[in-house]
Design a protein around this ligand. Sequence first.
Ligand SMILES: Cc1cc2nc3c(=O)[nH]c(=O)nc-3n(C[C@H](O)[C@H](O)[C@H](O)COP(=O)(O)OP(=O)(O)OC[C@H]3O[C@@H](n4cnc5c(N)ncnc54)[C@H](O)[C@@H]3O)c2cc1C
Length: 449
Amino acid sequence: MTDVIVIGGGAAGWSAALAATQAGASVKLFEKLPDSGGSSAMSGGCLAFAGTDLQHTQGVSDSPDLLFRDLMDVGQEQNDPALVRTYCDAQLATCDWLRDIGVRFSPVIETASGQSVPRVHTVDPADAVRTLKAAAERTERLTYQADRPVAALETDTAGRVAGVRLADGSIERADRGVVLASGGFAKNAELLERYAPHYAKAVFVAGAGSQGDGLQMGLELGADLRDMDYVKGTFGKHPTDETNDHSLQAVYKGAIAVNQDGRRFVDESISYKLLGDAVMAQPWHTAYQIMDQGIFDTGDDRVRILDFGRRLEEGLFYVGASLRELAAQIEIDPDDLAATVERYNAAVDAGHDPDFGRTHLVHKHGRLRRIETAPFYAYPSTAVVFGTYCGLRIDPQARVLRTDGGPIAGLFAAGEVTGGFHGAAYMTGSALGKAIVFGRIAGTEAGRA
Ligand SMILES: Cc1cc2nc3c(=O)[nH]c(=O)nc-3n(C[C@H](O)[C@H](O)[C@H](O)COP(=O)(O)OP(=O)(O)OC[C@H]3O[C@@H](n4cnc5c(N)ncnc54)[C@H](O)[C@@H]3O)c2cc1C
């Protein structure tokens, strides 16, 4: 007899499985692929937590309330405040929960999208998923089956979700509930065309299982959807290099972004998801992050998105002894690039950017820097869709809601299959954070249902 079935073994699924076993439930986790991990295991491992001892040790003053304000701000108030509040209230205890099972955090990093103070807590993502799985296995209440895709949800005569049908046709029953933790749909061309046609030319990097299976299963039972208009890519992906899955955020250290006409087109300090939208609207869906040696020297080899040195070694930067020489290499009119940088430097000096209103390096953090010391660098950048961050509507107990607002009995969801938490854009660390925080809530709620 199984109490709880979890569909998918990423950060959300393993968090749900562990929490459900800790609530005393017997749990079965079905993973579609031969190995679990999903997008979670290949992610940057950044988690948005606020008010931790790590921040305190590093002299960072933060709080769940400030996190709440930042998340609502980044989401342009389109996110569900009840979900955001739930995350903010639960994240500190969840951070401790992870530490208690052996997840290790690196020092908090300075530069991240949408944060008014540094709050990115980094983990080795594959190791964190393995640690969650190992902790669930240690409870001896878990059965794990890989290579077993779930095809559909099964309901009883009262319409309550009572189990699942696997792809081989077999039925598995769950007495207390089913947790959908099957990730997003960044690998499903049809769903992308339906919900994110504006990203047709972007690069897509996500777990192979991100096919939107859970989204479709929820829809079949009348689930409501949230944030479907806000699928966004992350700015800063090299358009042709396939060795680096991650983006590079030189803009958050002071670089500017210019298009093929040599013009800036956006306030570079905003969420890299909004920068993703902006770059998709430029000619060839591409821009260059332009910086000088002074900005280059502030790169950080501990943080993938700021590791300028590694990308230089890999030959991905254009380097010019002067701005004009750099412009010639990237086929931008040298006069146009020089004029853009001159105008930007004047804006930095004046403390007023008349073109785009940029006031900080990133969000409300960091002083702008002039671009003036040779050599100069250009990093070609388009947008990469790492995840879809929209989907099934849930309530603070992670219950999946129908379009009439009522819960679908027996059905919980967590992680990237859900919508409503991010709203219009995304703060660094909030997707992996959401997967773990709401995975834990879903597992706890289903486990004691
Ligand atoms: C390269 C990259 C970098 C990222 N970096 C960050 C970051 O630093 N910080 C951050 O906050 N976010 C980041 N993200 C986003 C974040 O990692 C994801 O949103 C989050 O990890 C999703 O977790 P999940 O558990 O919901 O889904 P996943 O981790 O994708 O797990 C879903 C699992 O469900 C399985 N599955 C799917 N369908 C079925 C089915 N029918 N039956 C059974 N199993 C199924 C999948 O195979 C997969 O194993 C990044 C994403 C990528 C790709």
